[in-house]
Design a protein around this ligand. Structure first.
Ligand code: S3P
Length: 168
């Protein structure tokens, strides 16, 4: 079985993915980390040196390669992965997808301290961040909502989210 975690930046995909994989005895793969290792370059540098379109093409390529070649994995994706190309169809055809749904406020509080490592929000002023997230999430939600399962994570800790996924 292949489980793919999707959701906005800072929605806990990697932390939850690691715990979930551990409980299931599955391999955990983080798509961003995989891209970094294959391209030998950080995500920020990739955006800066080769541009976002190059990143999106590689993201689709590696997503497909991983889902076609691996089994018994938990794959955590980037916040934009489901929203480009045919990615959401690829994900739903080849795996079970889980949308970790967080509110704008929760994402804002988490992203404030982690924004520098994320090229899409690094240059946004803290005062403008909540509005940016609100609009961006509104655009992306129709893709995220195509997931097989949706879990509202705002009031849960990491273990509770993992248990809720296992329960399903
Ligand atoms: C992105 C999210 C990032 C990373 C890249 C683009 C996005 O992943 O893939 O910076 O478009 O939302 P995280 O969701 O792990 O931050």
């Amino acid at each position: 079985m292949k489980l793919v975690l999707i959701g906005y930046m800072a929605s806990g995909k990697s932390a939850i993915g690691k715990l979930l994989a551990n409980k299931l005895n599955y391999q955990f793969i983080d798509l961003d980390d995989y891209i970094v290792s294959k391209e030998n370059c950080s995500i920020s540098e990739l955006f800066k040196n080769k541009g976002e379109i190059y990143f999106r093409l590689k993201e689709t390529e590696y997503l497909q390669v991983l889902l076609e070649s691996k089994d018994n994995i938990v794959l955590s994706t980037g916040g934009g992965t489901p929203c480009y190309g045919n990615n959401m169809n690829i994900i739903n055809k080849l795996s079970e997808s889980i949308y970790l749904k967080s509110s704008v406020k929760t994402i804002y509080n988490r992203l404030l301290s982690e924004k520098d490592s994320r090229p899409l929000v690094a240059s946004i002023k803290n005062d403008d961040l909540i509005e940016f997230i609100g609009k961006h999430l509104f655009e992306r939600a129709p893709f995220y909502e195509q997931a097989t399962s949706i879990i509202k994570t705002d009031k849960m800790n990491l273990d509770e989210v993992v248990d809720s996924i296992l329960h399903r």
